[in-house]
Ligand binder design. Structure first.
Ligand SMILES: [Zn+2]
Length: 98
């Protein structure tokens, strides 16, 4: 878990914000996607790290069900990101403040 937290922090630093996220495949316990907040860069109010991660991973892999994945984020997900992750089947999310 320490590795996943560290990777999420590294993602956050790429965007110069406090917000980063990684998606871990439960079977292999490996990181399969990373993202950071791009709200300012993209002038997109929905470009939170978690939504960027879910949107890009689903699009790239042509899947909508993420029940076999776990989300790690650097902050508590906002309601928009939380419900999106639930809607995609993510059962476990872990966050931490750094
Ligand atoms: Zn959010």
């Amino acid at each position: 878990m320490k590795e996943f937290i560290s990777e999420a922090i590294q993602e956050a630093k790429k965007g110069n914000t406090l917000y980063g996220a990684v998606l871990v495949e439960n079977k292999t316990n490996t990181i399969v996607a990373r993202a950071f907040n791009t709200v300012k860069r993209d002038s997109d109010v929905s470009a939170h790290a978690e939504l960027n991660l879910i949107r890009d991973f689903c699009k790239q892999n042509k899947i909508l069900n993420l029940e076999n994945y776990t989300l790690f984020t650097t902050c508590e997900p906002c309601p928009m990101c939380y419900y999106c992750s639930l809607g995609k089947g993510i059962k476990d999310s872990f966050w931490f403040e750094y």
